[in-house]
Design a protein around this ligand. Structure first.
Ligand code: AMP
Ligand code: MN
Ligand code: MN
Ligand code: MN
Length: 286
């Protein structure tokens, strides 16, 4: 829980990844980088994992940053993958932990299937190749495959690999069933946390489906959406600010940092939230 007094100048970054999921820096190194980039309030939000939290909290506290416990849960809603960030959770909550074990459990089989698909289009040995980049054996992800495909020269960068091979409908994409929206929001709320829709601008939903999704999320007790995120364009900052106000959601800000060379912006390097939004951190920083 925070002892900080809220100030509009705070640099808040509530979304990023470490080697415990698909980032390339260990939790303490992400903390150091966040601090060096001027972040005051920081959450590590590894995919489907809380295993980095103890190290992240210790490093953040040593550096004098305000630490928020977090994670990012993979959800399947209407056959699409949606990510839900949980903030200010009790990471020892047994129902949350059991839910995360279940959510992670299909990743290895999925990775083997992805490798078989990639072999069929002429790229062999991707499972072993991806494993070289994996920091947590329970958390093999598409990002690890993407790094290997860049290494062997199949594409120039990670985003090119996703476009050509790993996005929905491409030859290395294997459909997967993650947690339900109700489970993810329930685990986060049960652990005392706030549920936040991660990077809504990335989902391929019609306006009607988005409306159904936001209403369902709200009915389940979801409280916030990411507005300023490294995954949004400048136009989407405005679009999702309007949506936050329309549905009565608080707004979050986070870089979604994974690796120094892979995605801009760096930790903390984002514009502030618009003044007419209610920052999600107001729910625990008074
Ligand atoms: P997974 O959980 O294995 O499906 O992997 C999802 C991760 O892949 C996301 O969290 C991102 O880190 C990464 N990712 C997804 N789409 C893209 C993209 N178009 N460009 C770069 N990274 C992506
Ligand atoms: Mn990721
Ligand atoms: Mn995400
Ligand atoms: Mn993320």
């Amino acid at each position: 829980m925070s002892s900080l007094v809220f100030s509009p100048e705070l640099n808040v970054d509530l979304h990023c990844h470490s080697t415990v999921s698909d980032g390339v820096l260990a939790p303490a190194a992400v903390a150091q980088r966040a601090h060096a980039q001027g972040v005051d309030v920081w959450a590590l939000t590894d995919h489907d994992e809380v295993g980095g939290i103890v190290a992240a909290r210790e490093a953040a506290t040593d550096l004098g940053m305000d630490y928020v416990t977090g994670l990012e849960i993979s959800v399947t809603w209407a056959n699409k993958t949606i990510h839900i960030v949980g903030l200010n959770i009790d990471e020892t909550n047994p129902d949350l932990l059991a839910g995360l074990v279940k959510t992670r459990s299909g990743r290895q089989r999925r990775a083997e299937d992805m490798a078989a698909d990639l072999a069929r289009v002429g790229i062999p040995n991707c499972y072993a190749g991806a494993l070289k980049y994996v920091g947590n054996p329970d958390l093999i992800s598409r990002s690890h495959f993407a790094r290997y495909l860049v290494e062997i020269g199949v594409c120039e960068d990670v985003s090119g690999v996703f476009k050509k091979y790993l996005a929905d409908g491409k030859p290395g994409f294997v459909p997967h069933r993650w947690a339900t929206l109700s489970e993810a929001v329930g685990w986060i709320r049960g652990a005392g946390g706030v549920a936040v829709v991660a990077h809504p601008g990335r989902y391929d939903l019609t306006p009607l489906a988005f409306d159904a999704f936001f209403n369902e999320f709200k009915d389940l007790g979801g409280k916030a959406i990411e507005v300023v995120t490294g995954s949004h364009t400048v136009d989407q900052y405005d679009e999702y600010a309007r949506i936050a106000n329309r549905y009565g959601f608080m707004a979050s800000r986070g870089s979604d940092f994974h690796a120094p060379d892979e995605n801009l912006p760096d930790l903390g390097q984002l514009p502030a939230l618009a003044k007419d939004l209610t920052p999600v951190w107001h729910s625990w920083i008074k």
